[in-house]
Design a protein around this ligand. Structure first.
Ligand code: FES
Length: 112
């Protein structure tokens, strides 16, 4: 479990929310754990490429890409190295990414 491991803070735009990503989970897994709805058709199997993010800042914090991620991004036409699959990418430091389809599963509680 990731509870004991230090996490990395990732800001997701344009929702403008910051989540903690554990060392052993993908960005998408961390987002789902944090109450977000993340675009996905394949459920995180590196097949659909709908989960992709564009890294706006902190690209050096991204763990190296596995061949399956590189192949899927290539096939999807996302050849710019700023594009990564959120279901595959591990994060090693602070970063800001863009993925328009990320939303709250339920609206965050507001103070009355
Ligand atoms: S969720 Fe389908 S490729 Fe990431």
């Amino acid at each position: 479990m990731t509870d004991e491991l230090p996490g990395s803070k990732v800001r997701i735009m344009p929702l403008d929310v910051e989540i903690e990503v554990g060392a052993e989970e993908s960005l998408m897994e961390a987002g789902l754990r944090s109450g977000l709805r993340w675009p996905s058709i394949c459920g995180g199997e590196a097949v659909c490429a709908t989960c992709y993010v564009k890294i706006e800042e902190g690209a050096e914090s991204a763990a190296p890409m596995a061949p399956i991620e590189a192949e899927r991004l290539q096939f999807a036409g996302r050849r710019d190295p700023a594009f990564r699959l959120a279901c595959q990418m591990r994060v090693r430091g602070p970063m800001r990414v863009f993925q328009r389809g990320v939303k709250w599963r339920e609206p965050p509680a507001t103070e009355a």
